[in-house]
Design a protein around this ligand. Sequence first.
Ligand code: M6R
Length: 629
Amino acid sequence: MSLPGTLGAMCGIVGYVGPQDARDVVLEGLRRLEYRGYDSAGIAVVADGRLSSVKKAGKLANLEKLLAEQPLPAATVGIGHTRWATHGGPTDRNAHPHLSADGSVAVIHNGIIENFASLRAECEKNGVEFRSDTDTEVATHLLAAAYAQAAEGPGRLADAMRAVCRRLEGAFTLVATVATEPDTLVAARRSSPLVVGVGDGEYFLGSDVAAFIAHTREARELGQDQVVEIDRHRGLTVTDFDGGAVEPKAYTVDWDAAAAEKGGYDRFMLKEIAEQPKAIADTLLGRLGPQGELVLDEVRLSDQELRDIDKIFVVACGTAFHAGMIAKYAIEHWTRIPVEVELASEFRYRDPVLDRSTLVVVISQSGETMDTLMALRHAREQKARVLAICNANGSTIPRESDAVFYTHAGPEVAVASTKGFLTQVVACYLVGLFLAQVRGVKYEDEVSAIVADLRRLPEAVAEVLAGMAPVRELARSLAGANTILFLGRHVGYPVALEGALKLKELAYIHAEGFAAGELKHGPIAVIDEGTPVIVIVPSPRSRESVHDKVVSNIQEVRARGARTIVIAEEGDDDVVPYADHLIRVPRTPTLLAPVVTTVPLQVLACEIADTRGLDVDQPRNLAKSVTVE
Ligand code: M6R
């Protein structure tokens, strides 16, 4: 038997109430959420006092095929789900929606109901027969029972939902519809994402705004432990789990629908790589206030609180963690505050020393990564101040932070982060400069000089992108490699880690990034005749002859048979004799160099994956937004 507690984790959720045909709106919403990663999908609609549902393992094409064979009736209310299973089979029976025994209540779910086992035992004792291995089904049966007991009349489904939510432990977004209420949808959230879109006489629910931005950009944030009832005629009502009224925060999504389309590219990732100059420029835009001072988006901290900070933790996962590693070099150098970088999944479990004078910078493109969210909550419980660097407006992480810096990358659809990463790095630079400025450790003209360097980055990245034809050719010759190693030093080290991560997740090739100086302490033993080694070379102007040391490292690996692929800045002739392949990048100040040196590695990984015939936008086993711990 599978482990139901971890099923349905990173799922996509769509709901619709309104005059359009719910079947089309929901299916289209699911298509827009495909990027989240999933392995089965399903839809339910209410029409003519009946609930009809279709679900199927595999990609949406399978569901669409089934829908052609078993069409659902036209409806004004519908829900849809894409399920990403972490354990247990991605089967038809485990796909959502899950229906009550009499088929009158349908539920979709994202998250984990941690106490599902005891609740399932209780339901079974009451004679309920389970038809799946999921934890979600427990919520469905409980909801059906609570609905049967709730007082008839408006608000009945919401009453039942609140009663169920009070009994659930864990993280969940639940959306439910019932056969007898053709104009009503009810949803609840605790620590799992859900946003509401408000159109003209119509309402949408989505795991993120991509589900509905083709229809409306007016949205409502749902807070922790809240239930929303949407009635086509009575509108939107939000309460807490005890029924207390809540006024949801309204916001306008600043992404347009076209931004979440491929726009002529074959792959989202190619488009997102190409968008990087603009994404960086947009992230820098409007950051200088009238007096030339740097501004963040939302700061609920006083200058005095920022001056009192004596330690910084940067906490994130995956690619965002690599951005955090780069941040450490820049923020420590500019502010002289000690900075530690931690994986969010490790942070709180080692009992870090945190207090009021600690600043925790959490970085998350999606704003929903559960490990990062839990680290944030732990930090706040310990009274630390939390600053979020985030791309998705209206997501949970910025909402729960003391200060927010939004990257303006636009929607990132490909699972592998590219423009999200570069804009996170740029945001980290700006946060470092902001702190340096508030604390008075940098003069304004020093800050302005660095900001001027930052402003040259979009052009530098565009220049790198324009010269990628040889990298694509090189990629094709690397597509058969079993292992590829990445070396870097100083800020080049996180770039090496990021290059290796991109290759692993896209091309499924074993890849590792090393600090170049560590190689001789062990990893050099794996180098064999022809092993591809990609080296990120620092600028010859970098301090403490780091450049020369990396050039020595290239010679060391080459002497042991490695095929060297060297990324070095224009004019660095020292590397020429030792490079089997040389990739040039524009001259860039040392601390800012990751923004340009990362780009060839993204293109390389994307091209190798493509040559291997792999799905670049949705690599196997991965989800875009990891909403379980
Ligand atoms: O949304 P987040 O930035 O919090 O996501 C963190 C990681 O899951 C993410 O960067 C992941 O490593 C990407 N697949 C990398 O390409």
